[in-house]
Design a protein around this ligand. Structure first.
Ligand SMILES: [Mg+2]
Ligand SMILES: [Zn+2]
Length: 238
């Protein structure tokens, strides 16, 4: 898909995109609390309108696709560095012909450290870079909220996964979530997804050393290079 085909929306429940905070000042706008607790969504493919529910592959962003910035945020494209092997892994994942959806906490937006415009540009560019390497991302879901906002979408809550499941007609019980922190795994378990834990290459303070959580199961892999094979095994395609 060409970059010009990108469709994007900021969180919508009523079909009207909320593209900036000015809309909140309109007398007929919905209450700020309702609007502000929505995730930010980007669609790079058209979700199905019917048919059987399918599994999806959910990917965390920072620490799975790109290098984490410890104690900081990716605030512009120049700071976005693909993890070695990630683009190759995404190309192979795309061959499984299932929706590939990014689900990511970006509280830097709520803190005013990352603008929505920058988040959009970073998103367009990393998806386009993946497409150039013959990979594919179908949708990106961000929680832009600060931890103190108490939203329903910040992982470890499952809100991003549940929202995506409604948008894409997903079978969450058959889906796989990939992450590098315990909050990714907890969100997956709350949504009933199996999960794959990519053991962080750098000390993060969130390291889970073993697959010890409750069902659904979690599987550990040492690097992103292992991801396509592990996902295929979980989906019963190997
Ligand atoms: Mg992460
Ligand atoms: Zn949120």
């Amino acid at each position: 898909m060409a970059i010009g085909d990108l469709q994007w929306q900021f969180g919508v429940e009523n079909g009207l995109p909320i593209t900036n905070h000015q809309s909140l000042n309109h007398p007929t706008a919905q209450s700020p609390n309702h609007s502000i607790t929505q995730p930010i969504r980007f669609f790079f493919a058209t979700p199905p309108t019917g048919g059987r529910r399918r599994p999806a592959i959910f990917l965390d962003r920072d620490g799975v696709i790109n290098e984490r910035i410890i104690n900081g945020y990716v605030t512009n494209w120049l700071q976005f560095r693909f993890i070695d092997g990630a683009e190759h892994a995404l190309r192979d994942l795309g061959r499984l012909r299932l929706p590939i959806l990014v689900v990511s906490n970006q509280s830097g937006v709520g803190k005013g450290l990352v603008t929505r415009r920058a988040l959009e540009q970073i998103t367009r560019r990393f998806v386009a870079a993946i497409e150039r390497r013959r990979g594919r991302i179908d949708g990106v879901y961000y929680c832009p909220h600060r931890p103190d906002e108490g939203c329903a979408c910040r992982k470890p809550k499952p809100g991003l996964l549940l929202k995506a499941a409604r948008d894409w007609r997903l079978d969450l019980g058959a889906s796989v979530t990939v992450g590098d922190t315990t909050s990714d795994i907890e969100a997956a378990q709350a949504a009933g997804c199996r999960s794959i834990f990519v053991i962080p290459a750098t000390p993060s303070g969130h390291v889970m050393s073993a697959s010890s959580g409750p069902t659904p199961e979690t599987f550990d892999i040492p690097t992103i290079t292992e991801l396509p094979d592990q996902v295929a095994r979980l989906l019963g395609r190997m």
